[in-house]
Design a protein around this ligand. Structure first.
Ligand SMILES: [Zn+2]
Length: 347
């Protein structure tokens, strides 16, 4: 039995990259008995490209948290493949990578992707599974629940350790970026709404998170650089709040005990939620296909999605390399950014 196409692609990228990147098998995730698969486990890969200096700035990209959202992993892989090709001829990129690090986890939930399920092999939704309780009321079920792993959005048992996929993700993020003064982590999803959204924390709370000024600085930088971009940029809680968001957890771990968020390290999580409802509107029949609600089905539409985000990924790379220009406002500038951000998102 062959693994699924995205995993095959990851393995071929790993092969091509072998001399230019650190390629880690972060875990081998067991396939449950009920899947009756010939393969008993799937590897969970992490790539680290560029500077090995622990304090170097980091752009981290994660895909395939939800197994049904294959397009997320495909978008991550499409960027990764472009970068890998450029490593063969783009000396500027090679020089840049001496000063920063690109870290990629293309398929966090390989068993979920193999089984065509949102959750992992244990029926746990990895994005509801961190030890974080929402501060505000969440949607019934969708916000995360502990009723049964037969329903989607299951958090796992109260007090149990995080699922293996999340444990190794957190460890990898710690190892690759907790000594960096600046890191930005993008997590790529699909399936919610009409627009492509970029979310920053919190998922657990409707209150503004401490680095709201820096989020607004990044948004302003992006708006000015790409005035015709397609993204709606907002705190995740503007759409819905959830329990157990892994990025809330990692964010809090990194900034734990920090009193003044204007100084000290910054780990900024961003979630790209690709709006799949537009694909359904154009092709309603795909609602009846199992993967349809989460993925573009028609080949021309899929190609369009695979190139749609390349500019944004490149922008993030430049923004990380040049983070000191925009992510460290003076106290006065920070106050102004906060006022502008509050007026924009919380008025
Ligand atoms: Zn998702």
């Amino acid at each position: 039995m062959k693994p699924f196409p995205e995993l095959t692609l990851v393995q071929s990228v790993a092969h091509t990259l072998s001399s230019r990147a650190r390629i880690h098998t972060l875990a081998k995730i067991p396939v449950p008995e009920r899947a009756r698969a010939k393969v008993k486990e799937f590897p969970l890969y992490g790539f680290s490209i560029g500077s090995e200096e622990p304090t170097a700035p980091v752009l981290g990209i994660v895909g395939g948290v939800h197994g049904l959202e294959r397009i997320g992993s495909q978008v991550v892989l499409s960027s990764l493949i472009s970068w890998v090709e450029r490593l063969h001829w783009d000396e500027t990129l090679m020089r840049d990578l001496e000063h920063f690090r690109l870290v990629v986890v293309p398929i966090l939930n390989p068993v979920g992707m193999f089984m065509e399920s949102r959750s992992n092999g244990n029926g746990v939704d990895l994005m509801r599974n961190a030890p974080v309780d929402a501060e505000d009321k969440t949607h019934f079920l969708m916000g995360g629940h502990r009723i049964t792993n037969r329903l989607p959005w299951y958090r796992g048992l109260a007090g149990a350790p995080m699922e293996l996929e999340n444990q190794v993700l957190c460890e990898f993020i710690k190892k690759e970026s907790f000594q960096s003064e600046f890191s930005l982590w993008l997590d790529v999803h699909s399936g919610y709404g009409i627009h492509d959204r970029l979310w920053f924390p919190y998922a657990k709370s409707t209150r503004p998170f401490p680095h709201l000024p820096e989020s607004f600085a990044l948004k302003t930088l992006f708006d000015r650089t790409y005035p015709y971009h397609v993204y709606q940029i907002e705190p995740q809680s503007h759409e819905y709040t959830t329990h157990g968001d892994v990025w809330d957890y990692i964010y809090e771990q990194r900034h734990h005990g920090l009193v003044d968020h204007g100084v000290g390290p910054l780990l900024m999580p961003l979630t790209l939620e690709m709006g799949s409802w537009a694909w359904i509107k154009k092709n309603p029949l795909q609602l009846f296909s199992f993967l349809g609600p989460f993925n573009p089905i028609k080949p021309h539409r899929k190609k369009r999605i695979l190139r749609r985000h390349l500019n944004f990924f490149d922008f993030l790379m430049r923004a990380v390399m040049n983070h000191s220009v925009w992510s460290r406002p003076s106290t006065e500038e920070r106050g102004e950014l906060l006022r502008a951000a509050m007026a924009h998102w919380y008025a």
